[in-house]
Unconditional design. Structure first.
Length: 116
């Protein structure tokens, strides 16, 4: 029987999200025209997605961490880390920021798959 690996699920989910968020060049008659730049608000979100994709496995490897996701505080994107509790052993291993994004901690308790 396979064991449940939440870090693999989160990393895989993030990879799918990042892949789906990549901008596609518009189809035009003049293929030499450069693709349109993404809107500023979406560029920051995509960058945070990439930061999460780069660090999810490392963060999920910290005992007590059960999830990582994109959040927003006061209109700015933040990296949220879900933890079982605010245990000192977990809290002192979490960074205050990653690649310029603030890291916020959310106590979620255990996360279990839903029964179908």
């Amino acid at each position: 029987m396979r064991s449940w690996k939440p870090s693999a699920l989160v990393a895989g989910s993030i990879a799918l999200i990042v892949a789906g968020c990549q901008a596609k060049a518009p189809e035009t008659a003049d293929s030499s025209a450069p693709p349109a730049a993404p809107a500023a608000e979406h560029a920051a979100d995509q960058s945070l997605s990439l930061v999460i994709a780069r660090h999810a496995t490392e963060l999920m490897g910290i005992p007590g961490v059960v999830g990582v996701y994109e959040g927003e505080t006061d209109g700015r994107p933040v990296l949220r880390v879900m933890v079982l509790s605010r245990a000192d052993s977990t809290m002192k291993r979490l960074p205050k920021s990653l690649e310029g994004y603030d890291v916020e901690v959310e106590v979620s308790g255990p996360i279990k798959p839903m029964n179908h």
